[in-house]
Design a protein. Structure first.
Length: 191
């Protein structure tokens, strides 16, 4: 009788273990499928929510004295200042493929938007002043490369102020007054 009870208990334990294992595996598979289904949905949502916004960046080329447009699509960002930073990074990066309007080591340190003045402030590193090649044409090309491109693509911006290393400078090389912000002048653009 003791052997019989032991066999019954072992059989019940095996049956219990196998049943528990089957239930566990089938429910965890359902759970895993549910997670995978959710993952698939979120990937689809992410793919469809990545709206692109068209922008035009005007660059100088060797073929023209005017800035020529090149169209881009940038991932839309509801935060306009973040979108502006992405836009400016693209301008600076892509300018290496065209005629550069600023020295190679020039970097944009920070960007500010002053809402009540509808003005963007661009703060460049000291390399802009130190390595700027000079000339009135060079200053005009530098200033209007940034002012016109920003104002053309960001309708809420009416003027752009340029700082160097967080400071106001009278001029880059003696020709244009940088103490005041600049409004766009699209006569330098070929549309």
């Amino acid at each position: 009788m003791n052997k019989k009870i032991i066999y019954i208990l072992i059989s019940l334990a095996v049956i219990f273990f196998v049943t528990s294992l089957i239930i566990y595996l089938s429910s965890s598979g359902t759970f895993k499928r549910a997670i995978d289904d959710k993952k698939g949905e979120s990937e689809i949502i992410e793919e469809t929510s990545q709206e692109l916004e068209k922008v035009k960046i005007f660059f100088l080329t060797n073929r023209s004295s005017l800035f020529l447009p090149k169209e881009y699509e940038i991932e839309k960002n509801e935060n306009r200042i973040e979108f502006l930073k992405i836009f400016l990074a693209l301008m600076i990066d892509e300018s290496s493929n065209f005629v550069a309007t600023f020295p190679e080591q020039t970097r944009l340190q920070s960007v500010y938007y002053i809402d009540d003045k509808q003005m963007v402030v661009l703060d460049f590193n000291e390399e802009l002043i130190i390595n700027f090649p000079g000339g009135s044409r060079g200053e005009i090309e530098f200033v209007y490369f940034f002012v016109n491109n920003v104002c053309y693509n960001f309708k809420e911006v009416k003027k752009v102020k340029i700082l160097v290393a967080g400071n106001e400078y009278k001029t880059l090389s003696g020709h244009l007054d940088l103490e005041n912000p600049y409004k766009p002048n699209y006569k330098y653009f070929r549309r």
